[in-house]
Ligand binder design. Structure first.
Ligand code: LLP
Length: 431
């Protein structure tokens, strides 16, 4: 088993956090997103504890809600002592509706609308991560109109390709997010932000990518961010209180994927930053991180009912499931690999080589290719692991397929956190 919260019971069924997956499917229907709350908490604690141990006061992880945003996640994030990053008025409103403190929210987005900026300032959002000068102007106006000083971080791009170490990839400088250091524009951005009324610059933000396994990438990022901060200090006399390093730690989707030791990585980043600051005579800033995937991915499992198999002689076999790219577009978008099990026959030998196909009218609708599961019968429950991040969040109603329900598991019990969409929900939007 990929994870230790999975087991097999006497009936030969897959259990998630001790709960029979087939019973979950029978009670709540399929497709079904299942989220193990304790696993989410455990993932939060890994960050909280390591950041407390190795980084200065004021450092904290911010949950990147884009990975999985619904009301039920926010009390957990708050109780575990994390802040949260939101990328739209919709994510912000979800967190606020769940009672999450607005002052622990960090408002991201490369093209925030005027309405979103006004909403964020009005709600008392703790910090805006300002992406560009256009946005800065609107933010300044909205803050001044309310006579508040809005705290901001400036998003810069460090020009780093996390997948090819030490190589400066100009493609990364060429990004629609943030303002590049390399071209000198980030320094100008800082100059203008520092002279803008209604805002207080607390530091810099940079995010180098997602699903990153090489720890050195984050150390390179720290070096570049610190070098930039030093140039801002030397040119403009401004010293940052905070560095926000974004998200990005990778998670294993299949057995052959690497594992990231998050605590060890945080220790290494902290040591690196301490040493760099000491060398540069720069006061050690508080550090924020924005993990999304590594908080929720491995806490999620999707359950489907299979309509049976189809073998194309001489080619391959398909296992047809009652969801697909509408609840998980990641194979269609990124060719992502997943671990798939027949939850009904979890104790049987997984020797049926197949491709898991969804129900949409296009051949790209696949969940996984060339996997092996115990040969399913129509009605068997197929479990796809590691679907907690960027599945529910990226779901669609293509082909008018309805979005699945989401249940959370805790203390041996399942509770409905998001009900299944109905055709009435869809039709209600239409004239
Ligand atoms: N902070 C910023 C500014 C980000 O852009 C992201 C992710 C995160 C934090 C969280 O990164 P994480 O810890 O989850 O890697 N849809 C893609 C992933 C897109 C990630 C976008 N930004 C996928 O399904 O793999």
């Amino acid at each position: 088993m990929l994870y230790d919260n999975l087991s097999i019971n006497d009936a030969g069924h897959l259990c998630i956090a001790g709960i029979d997956a087939c019973e979950l499917a029978a009670e709540f229907g399929t497709p079904l997103y299942v989220l193990d709350e304790d696993r989410v908490r455990m993932n939060c604690r890994t960050y909280i504890e390591a950041m407390r141990a190795y980084l200065p006061e004021g450092s904290r992880p911010l949950y990147a809600g884009k990975a999985l945003c619904f009301k039920g996640i926010y009390p957990i994030i708050e109780q575990e002592g994390m802040g949260a990053d939101v990328v739209s008025g919709g994510e912000a409103a979800t967190a606020i509706a769940a009672g999450f403190p607005a002052d622990l929210l960090y408002f991201h987005g490369s093209n925030k609308t005027d309405a979103e900026i006004a909403y964020g300032v009005e709600q008392g959002i703790g910090c805006f991560v300002v992406d560009n000068l256009n946005e800065l102007e609107v933010l300044s106006r909205e803050a001044q109109a309310r006579a508040v000083i809005q705290r901001i971080l400036l998003r810069v791009t460090v020009g780093l390709d996390p997948h090819t170490l030490a190589a400066i990839n100009t493609g990364k400088v060429d990004s629609q997010f943030g303002v590049p250091i390399e071209t000198g524009q980030a320094l100008e951005f800082a100059r203008q932000a520092l002279a803008t009324p209604g805002v207080e610059v607390i530091g810099f933000h940079s995010h180098i990518g997602s699903q990153i396994f090489e720890p050195d990438s984050f150390c390179d990022q720290v070096d570049r961010l610190l070098a930039f901060a030093c140039s801002v200090r030397d040119e403009l006399g401004f010293v940052a209180q905070t560095f926000n390093l974004g998200g990005g730690f990778g998670v294993p989707y299949v057995d052959s994927d690497s594992r990231v030791d998050i605590a060890a990585n945080i220790a290494a980043i902290a040591e690196h930053l301490h040493a760099g600051c000491e060398r540069a005579g720069y006061p050690m800033p508080a550090v924020l991180m924005e993990p999304g995937r590594s908080i929720v991915a491995n806490a999620g499992v999707t359950l489907y009912a299979t309509g049976g198999t189809k073998t194309i002689e001489g080619y391959r076999s398909y296992v047809m499931v009652d969801g697909g790219m509408t609840d998980n577009p990641r194979y269609a978008l990124y060719n992502s690999a997943y671990t798939v099990l027949n939850a009904t026959r979890a104790a049987d030998v997984a020797d049926f080589a197949c491709t898991i196909a969804g129900r949409c009218c296009e051949s790209g609708d696949r969940i996984a290719e060339d996997v092996r599961v115990a040969r399913p019968e129509r009605g068997d429950i197929i479990a796809v692991l590691t679907t907690g991040a960027y599945n529910f969040a990226m779901s669609s109603n293509y082909n008018r397929v309805l979005r699945p329900a989401l249940v959370m598991l805790h203390d041996g019990k399942a509770r409905l956190a998001v009900r299944r969409q109905t055709i009435g929900d869809l039709l209600a939007l239409e004239a």
